[in-house]
Design a binder for this molecule. Structure first.
Ligand code: P9H
Length: 221
């Protein structure tokens, strides 16, 4: 055991990507074990490594953690990215759960059947532009600080940058009407640990190439 967290998932973003971002932002090195085929999932299930027979699973501090949010809560608390008190944590939780609602739509798009994509695309771009990004632009405007909560980096900033970059992959000018989110994006992208994760060759995953989608879905059928 190297003592480094070990991430069990397929070699793609999906539900594991926010975990990769948070570990990187905390400056924590991690190992990855990729599921390539159904048998890889079956093996983890057979040796009792998956509480709910599902991945993501992260081996960390002697635990085999499952459930994306539970894993993120543990990492954010351990590395002081969860605010300094209960009030700050409450704000962070509100912001992050809102981000998950958009993140779920953004992450599902590439794995959808072709006939479902157009409507899904319209919905998620509408939600990003008219519900979620306006909310975070206002948060930054109202307190005028560099970070969303507590005037210091938290998991909320990391996840907001992640979904801004995902949304821009779908619509490059999506931040056109959000000047504070534009400067936020530049500022958080320059946080050294995050800048390193944004470099080519990092453990950050690319969007799933369409030709790979059937192989990924076959793991979980
Ligand atoms: N609450 C892949 C790409 C994008 C979005 C989802 C899935 C849910 C959590 C096997 N895990 C395709 O459907 C794969 C979860 C975890 C949990 C799984 C089964 C999924 C995907 C793989 N499915 O937040 O961790 O849904 O293990 O038997 O349910 S991820």
């Amino acid at each position: 055991m190297s003592g480094k967290p070990k991430l069990h998932y397929f070699n793609g973003r999906g539900r594991m990507e926010p975990i990769r971002w948070l570990l990187a932002a905390a400056g924590v090195e991690f190992e990855e074990s990729y599921l390539e085929k159904k048998d890889d999932l079956t093996k983890l299930r057979k040796d009792g490594s998956l509480l709910f027979q599902q991945v993501p699973m992260v081996e960390i501090d002697g635990m085999k953690m499952v459930q994306t949010r539970a894993i993120l809560n543990y990492i954010a608390t351990k590395y002081n990215l969860y605010g300094k008190d209960l009030k700050e944590r409450a704000l962070i939780d509100m912001y992050v759960e809102g981000m998950f609602d958009l993140n779920d739509q953004l992450m599902d798009y590439d794995y959808l059947p072709a006939d479902k994509k157009e409507q899904h695309f319209a919905n998620m771009m509408d939600r990003a532009t008219n519900r979620y990004f306006p909310a975070f632009e206002k948060v930054l405007k109202d307190h005028g600080q560099d970070f969303l909560v507590g005037n210091q980096l938290s998991r909320a900033d990391v996840q907001l940058l992640e979904i801004i970059l995902m949304a821009e992959e779908f619509k490059p000018d999506i931040l056109a009407k959000f000047p504070l989110l534009q400067s936020f994006k530049a500022r958080i992208s320059n946080v050294p640990a995050i800048k390193k994760f944004l470099q080519p060759g990092s453990q950050r995953k690319a969007r799933e190439p369409p030709e790979n989608v059937p192989k990924v879905l076959a793991i979980f059928e």
